[in-house]
Design a protein around this ligand. Structure first.
Ligand SMILES: Nc1ncnc2c1ncn2[C@@H]1O[C@H](COP(=O)(O)OP(=O)(O)O)[C@@H](O)[C@H]1O
Ligand SMILES: [Mg+2]
Length: 426
């Protein structure tokens, strides 16, 4: 379908808007955008993070170096001179900065480069929120080459325990570790330092531990106005020492006042950072003092989790369709999430080793309410759990009449799965 739309021989090519979708070639986020574009009759050119020389000359794919924005801007400008672009879409954290740069250069709907940068960097985000008077935990930044004893002394004086150590520019809870005392903090700092060395990142953020329940918000910004698409509960306690995501369920079971506080917290943070256009994904905690922002990003939800969301208009609409529509300046405010509840379980890696077998997939799929079970971890490859790892074993998606039913289905399906993991050789 996409091929016909992308073909220059389509009936009236000028009438079909063309969108540049930025993604890593292996990203799970690419395919749903391609499907959405095909469904609503939009042509797509994929901007993939592969060396330009490795991409065959074609009208529907560009090889872009995501770290060389100047060069990417030149390439996309040259491309757009031949094939006008109607919008540029980031699909994940790796693409938000380039999308902002390209949107600015081509005069298309975009987030300011500074806002995309601030939303990608946890220290910049905390500083901006603090300067704007938003509620933030106490925090301090350090570099990986500072002596551990100096870091521990500074944390004792300025933050206290429990605290959370985290890299400033990773995601998926990679390198995020809770420490309850000086010894745990010293170990956490050493561990995050080892993780960051090969990644050439040098900043450590340490902040006070925020107790409370955690929520995620998926929304769309149009000219700075937030349209909430879904508020998710995270029903598993996330108390550390590592913070693996497991279950997300929407609609939220929090009371209306709590939901309003969480929504306002994410909306204010987006406004403070200057995010104004496109998908936003926010995470926040709620306790007796109110809502506290963990982070907000100018992109949609990651992995396969977007499948949890379905919207009703005249027919069923996906999250990616809505994002495309908004990017093209089409109305989205009249679209609401479907009535039933939906949820996802990101199946965590329980131990390091090699995945050699999976038992129970059929049983997990047979659980009433379960819509799909997708194992994404390949067999015979090393599994790395958090805090160093950066992937899940897979995703379970479920739908049902109530959030309780969805949560129960996800847990039952997860219990039905057994992953055979051979321990690593010493
Ligand atoms: N200050 C904090 N207090 C309590 N929990 C935290 C804090 N910071 C992070 N976490 C936990 O760690 C998870 C990951 O941290 P986050 O800052 O969102 O980084 P990432 O980009 O890796 O998702 C959060 O979802 C939350 O559960
Ligand atoms: Mg997070």
């Amino acid at each position: 379908m996409a091929d016909t739309l992308n073909s220059p021989t389509a009936a009236d090519p000028a009438a079909v808007p063309r969108v540049l979708v930025l993604a890593n070639a292996y990203s799970y986020r690419l395919e749903p955008f391609l499907a959405a574009a095909a469904k609503i009759g939009v042509a797509v050119v994929r901007g993939l993070d592969v060396p330009p020389a490795h991409v065959r000359a074609a009208d529907d794919v560009l090889g872009l170096d995501f770290r060389d924005a100047d060069r990417a801007v030149r390439q996309v400008r040259a491309y757009a001179a031949r094939h006008p672009l109607a919008a540029i879409l980031p699909t994940d954290d790796a693409t938000v900065l380039l999308a902002a740069r390209l949107g600015e250069a081509l005069g298309l709907r975009h987030n300011a480069v500074a806002s995309a940068e601030a939303a990608r960097d946890k220290l910049q985000m905390r500083l901006a929120l603090q300067a704007a008077g938003q509620r933030v935990p106490s925090f301090a930044a350090f570099t990986v080459d500072q002596p551990v004893a100096a870091i521990v002394a500074a944390v004792a004086a300025r933050i206290g325990y429990p605290c959370v150590v985290k890299p400033t520019c990773l995601s998926g809870s990679r390198g995020v570790i809770r420490a309850n005392n000086a010894a745990e903090l010293a170990a956490a700092v050493e561990r995050v330092r080892r993780l960051l060395a090969p990644l050439r990142q040098t900043t450590l953020l340490i902040e006070g531990y925020l107790p409370g329940r955690e929520y995620a918000l998926e929304g769309l910004l149009s000219a700075g106005q937030l349209h909430v698409l879904a508020l998710f509960d995270k029903p598993d306690p996330l108390e550390g020492p590592y913070f693996e995501e497991t279950i997300y369920v929407t609609p939220s079971r929090a009371d209306p006042a709590a939901q309003a506080a969480l929504t306002a917290c994410v909306a204010e943070a987006a406004a403070v950072l200057g995010l104004r256009e496109g998908a936003v994904h926010g995470e926040a905690r709620l306790n007796d003092q109110g809502a506290w922002l963990l982070e907000v990003a100018g992109r949609s939800i990651g992995g396969l989790c977007g499948q949890t969301l379905r919207f009703t208009h005249s027919a069923s609409v996906t999250l990616e369709e809505l994002i495309l529509r908004q990017a093209l300046g089409r109305p989205v405010a009249d679209v609401a999430r479907e009535r039933q509840a939906g949820g996802v379980m990101m199946i965590p890696i329980p131990a390091a080793g090699t995945l050699v077998g999976i038992v129970g997939e059929a049983a997990a799929r047979a659980v009433p309410g379960v819509e799909s079970v997708t194992i994404t971890a390949p067999l015979h490859y090393p599994l790395v759990p958090l805090p160093e790892g950066e992937s899940y074993l897979g995703f379970i998606i479920a739908r049902g009449a109530t959030p309780e039913a969805v949560e129960a289905a996800l847990r039952q399906a997860h219990r039905a799965l057994h992953f055979e993991i051979e321990p690593p050789l010493a």
